[in-house]
Ligand binder design. Structure first.
Ligand code: R7I
Ligand code: MG
Ligand code: MG
Ligand code: MG
Length: 354
């Protein structure tokens, strides 16, 4: 039996939808190297002010797809590629204007066509593996939806395997699915952590896990001479980005956070790729451990760029650690689909009780 509090399961999925809804008004609005000023963020999502207003903040594709991953796993009680693909497709055609990535929609169209005869295990991966001249998408659209896999699986191996399977349906590029694995592993670690995480130990453990996942042919550069020597590695790897996160955590450990955003944006980035968005989300969580859920989310959004997705992934990790109780009630109330995500979390929790 799994001994994790229900509140943390709920924090994970509610944190994810809240990050999506609160980050969405700022998505792609600001690519200034200094990110988005705190005042500007507060003018839109300050929980105290939202409490007095009867508005609803809409979720985007991030939650639309997460919803399908949750419902497929809960219904089938195992990973079923065809079932999940059908749910993605139905969800998309029901509400195509949720802000989907520009290439993933071609996958939904091909699945819809295949469904006229039969979508099956033989043809379900064809559209994804044909994207971008056969290299597959490295967009962050797989990573943004896999947090619940850390709630569904028990072992580390199952978590990795399932995150990969649920990702390659649409993102067959290794950076697309490895980014999703890193997101799932980050949630897994955060939800299991006792209070007082040591952020460096947290990253070191992820480095070991991702090293195994990415199975390096060469050596990861561990440059301890210069903290600012970020670009030694020849080719991209999440393991290397984790090394960079570690350096950033050492350098940026003061109370004043506004000054370090420029550096974070230049060395990690915050665009629509998994390579940038997943490390940005994880870093936002670890950099703000002293400050709690609310501050963590402001920080994630303040990076600018792909704010809904970075905040959704960061919200899932932070919610897993701090629990639902740490999420401002007015955020829960104004964000569309919070209650339903809480219900999904309860359902995952119940699965482990029996
Ligand atoms: O990854 P995906 O689902 O997009 C998710 C993002 C999130 O920010 C959501 O909030 C939403 O706004 O979209 O959708 P994809 O279409 O697979 O990938 C997104 C974009 O990444 C693509 O449209 C491309 O611009 C880019 N991209 C690539 N570009 C060149 N080569 C992804 N893979 C490649 C590639 O291999
Ligand atoms: Mg979105
Ligand atoms: Mg998408
Ligand atoms: Mg986005």
């Amino acid at each position: 039996m799994l001994k994790i509090a229900r509140d943390r399961f709920q924090g994970c999925l509610v944190g994810s939808v809240i990050g999506d809804c609160l980050g969405a008004p700022f998505e792609m609005q600001n690519w200034n190297e200094n990110g988005i000023p705190r005042q500007k963020i507060l003018s839109v999502i300050n929980p105290k002010e939202l409490a007095d207003r009867s508005i609803q903040l809409k979720y985007t594709d991030d939650t639309a797809m997460a919803k399908s991953v949750c419902s497929s796993l809960l219904q089938c009680k195992e990973f079923d590629a065809v079932d999940m693909a059908k749910r993605f497709t139905e969800e998309y055609f029901k509400e195509p204007d949720r802000g989907y990535g520009s290439n993933i929609v071609f996958i939904f169209e091909q699945w819809k066509n295949a469904m006229k005869t039969e979508l099956n295990l033989k043809n379900v991966l064809y559209p994804s593996t044909s994207q971008f001249d056969g290299k597959g998408s490295y967009g962050n659209g797989a990573a943004m939806r896999v947090s619940c896999i850390a709630l569904f699986t028990l072992s580390l191996e199952d978590c990795i395997e399932l995150a990969k399977k649920a990702s390659i349906l649409t993102h067959s590029n290794k950076n697309g699915y490895n980014g999703a694995i890193l997101q799932a592993l980050s949630v897994r670690k955060a939800i299991r952590a006792s209070c007082d995480i040591d952020p460096i130990v947290f990253v070191d453990e992820l480095i070991d896990e991702m090293k195994h996942v990415e199975s390096f042919s060469g050596e990861v550069k561990r440059n301890t001479e210069s903290l600012y020597d970020w670009t030694r590695s020849q080719s991209f790897s999440f393991t290397h980005q984790l090394e960079i996160i570690k350096k950033l955590l050492i350098v940026n450990n003061t109370e004043s956070k506004e000054n370090d955003i420029k550096l974070v944006n230049s060395v990690l980035g915050r665009d629509i790729s998994a390579q940038q968005a997943v490390p940005a989300a994880l870093y936002s969580f670890l950099r703000n451990l002293k400050f709690g859920f609310e501050e963590t989310l402001y920080y994630a959004i303040s990076l600018g760029g792909d704010t809904d997705t970075i905040a959704a992934m960061c919200g899932a990790i932070a919610g897993s650690y701090y629990g639902l109780k740490s999420i401002p009630q007015s955020w829960f109330d104004v964000c569309e689909f919070s209650k339903e995500m809480q219900q999904f979390a309860d359902d995952f929790f119940e699965l482990h009780k029996s």
